[in-house]
Design a protein around this ligand. Structure first.
Ligand code: HC1
Ligand code: SF4
Length: 570
């Protein structure tokens, strides 16, 4: 252990602790901008500089470690002056139009500058004004970039992508697409992790809220919205609504208040996905001749994009089942249009997702099987929906609870857990067991695939057949798993991959909390909802049973193949 003094307080911490962590251990907060634990500890922004007795130069607290007897001052006049000058320098190349910035109120640069009392700048601004394709789901505005390098590091180290790099030289140095190409020509998976790890408004999603407001105002349109599993864990965060109050049912009330005609649950179609994907797996296991294993889940469009771009040899092993979001759209504009007795072209289908890649998925031209229109018209991130709630001046603290509309609002616990890493696998196995044996297993029989580890493995016995499965979340972990598969070091029958660390609960479309990783806490909400659900297996969902009985026939039937499967993955 090492004992030192920070701002007059004696602190004892383990050796090799950073000054930043030592200070935080006694509630002394040193501001940071570029720091991301284990990912970006480069001391580039100089916001965390501190003074150490006996040393002339100020040092960065994030990447310098404590020494016995050290005397540190985190907020001395010398520190404050240097920190202020460093941040003013960053602001000299920053578009500080906070009133028109999506991160206003949740921007670390804004907070640090405000805390330092910066009210004017001694510099003339030189902004890079780099052009960007505003139609692409991921928007970069380098006028707001502070070259903290977090996006470069997250994309490369966590997501094994390496889309970003420093480009240009000297004072023109800025972050751009590696190699100088266009983002739309890059292999970006659209996981959105660079957005959720950006400390400013330099990265954001394309805003599609006006398209939804326009649809809501159009009397000809029947506007249907579906709420993805992970959304219910996080939508209330920016309002400070406690997790137990921020239920899906309160979000239903908010959405109804905005004018949505029908509010449904993607968990319903997650159950449908399980029926199709589980049946696909069971068919492969029954007739393995000519089948390549493992079969991969395909519900995460970030993973599908990554697979196609970086590991194309596995694309024909992706399940042909569409994602729950897309299945929902196809069912809404066919089965549900028939139930309502309306022209399916009048239905405008919105999805609320914790995801950026879904914006690209809904625009895939062939995903139009219900009536020729896109099955899903607009995909909104949770951040966009929260902005809509604010724009409508809805008081989230006084919302009553309203149930989802029926019948596309009935779901089981298996549908809920899709939003946490391992959940799709577990849901699929609960129903695969039934499809093979005709009996229900214990709903927790496959719980070995839960947890936040980036790459999990398990083996299960189903009616005398051993099923070897793996689950990976985060593209870096997926990359390791795929490389091991290619090298023949591992072999599996069924693999779940989610692009974002922790699965959709860590999704790139969720509210941003700088420096905090909340996938675990949010995922626990979903596992808790599953635990108390009356029905926990997709095949038990009465609304799903009704769709098959009245409309689709059976899983993998001709109509089911037509509406719920796609060859776009391969
Ligand atoms: Fe997901 Fe999925 S779980 S991909 O993470 O399969 O986005 O929440 O909606 O479609 O159901 C996301 C979440 C989501 C789909 C489902
Ligand atoms: Fe990289 Fe994901 Fe950002 Fe694309 S969205 S640049 S893959 S971190």
């Amino acid at each position: 252990m090492v004992t030192l003094t920070i701002d007059g307080k004696q602190v004892t911490v383990p050796e090799h602790t950073s000054i930043l962590d030592a200070a935080r251990s006694v509630n002394i907060n040193i501001p940071t901008l570029c720091f991301l634990r284990d990912i970006n500890e480069i001391g580039a922004c100089r916001a965390c500089v501190v003074e150490i007795e006996g040393i002339d130069q100020l040092v960065a607290a994030c990447n310098n470690t404590v020494l016995d007897g050290m005397v540190v001052r985190t907020n001395s006049p010398k520190v404050r002056m240097a920190r202020k000058a460093n941040v003013e320098f960053l602001l000299s190349q920053h578009d500080s139009e906070c009133t028109s910035c999506v991160r206003s109120g949740n921007c670390t640069l804004q907070t640090v500058a405000n805390d330092l009392g910066i009210t004017s700048l001694p510099y003339t601004k030189h902004l890079p004004h780099q052009p960007w394709n505003q139609d692409f789901p991921l928007i970069r505005n380098n006028d707001k970039c502070i070259n903290c390098l977090r996006c470069i590091q997250v994309c490369e180290k966590v997501q094994a992508e390496g889309i970003w790099d420093l480009t240009n030289r000297s004072s023109h140095t800025c972050v751009g697409v590696r190699g100088g190409g266009l983002i739309e020509d890059s292999d970006c998976a659209l996981c959105g992790q660079c957005i959720t790890h950006c400390p400013t408004g330099a990265l954001r999603e394309r805003d599609d809220t006006d398209r939804v407001f326009d649809a809501l105002a159009d009397p000809e349109k029947i506007v249907v919205v579906q709420v993805a599993p992970a959304v219910r864990t996080a939508w209330g965060e920016p309002f400070g609504l406690p997790r137990e109050k921020a239920t899906a049912q309160r979000l239903v009330t908010a959405l109804k208040g905005m004018g949505f005609d029908y509010v449904f649950d993607t968990d319903f179609s997650a159950d449908l996905t399980i029926m199709e994907e589980g049946s696909e797996l069971v068919e492969h296991l029954k007739h393995p001749e000519g089948v390549k294993f493992p079969m991969f889940t395909s519900c995460c469009p970030g993973w599908v994009r990554y697979c196609k771009a970086r590991h194309p040899r596995f694309t024909d092993q992706l399940s042909t089942s569409k994602s729950p979001g897309q299945m929902f759209g196809a069912i809404a504009k066919s089965y549900y249009a028939e139930l309502l007795g309306v022209d399916p072209h009048r239905i405008f289908c919105v999805e609320i997702m914790p995801c950026l890649a879904k914006k690209a998925e809904v625009d895939i031209p062939v995903l139009n099987d219900a009536c020729g229109d896109p099955d899903v018209d607009v995909s909104l991130t949770v951040r966009e929906v929260d902005r809509m709630i604010r724009a409508e001046h809805i008081d989230v603290f006084s919302l009553a609870e309203t149930d989802f509309d029926q019948p596309l609002g009935t779901a089981t616990g298996a549908g809920v857990i899709f939003g946490a890493t391992g959940g799709v696998m577990e849901a699929a196995l609960r129903s695969a067991y039934y499809l093979v044996t005709g009996e229900n297993c214990d709903a927790d029989a496959f719980k070995d695939v839960r947890g936040l580890d980036g790459w999990k493995e398990a083996s299960f016995d189903i009616a005398g057949t051993t099923l070897r499965v793996a689950v990976a979340s985060g593209l870096g972990n997926a990359n390791r798993l795929l490389n091991a598969l290619e090298a023949g070091e591992v072999s599996y029958d069924f693999v779940e991959i989610m692009a974002c660390p922790g699965g959709c609960s860590g999704g790139g479309g969720l509210p941003i909390h700088d420096g905090e990783e909340l996938a675990g806490v949010r995922g626990d909400v979903l596992w808790g909802l599953d635990r108390v659900a009356k029905l926990r297996r997709s095949h038990e969902n009465p609304a799903i049973q009704a769709v098959y009985r009245d409309y689709l026939g059976a899983p993998l039937s001709e109509r089911a193949e037509e509406l719920l499967h796609t060859n776009q993955h391969a």
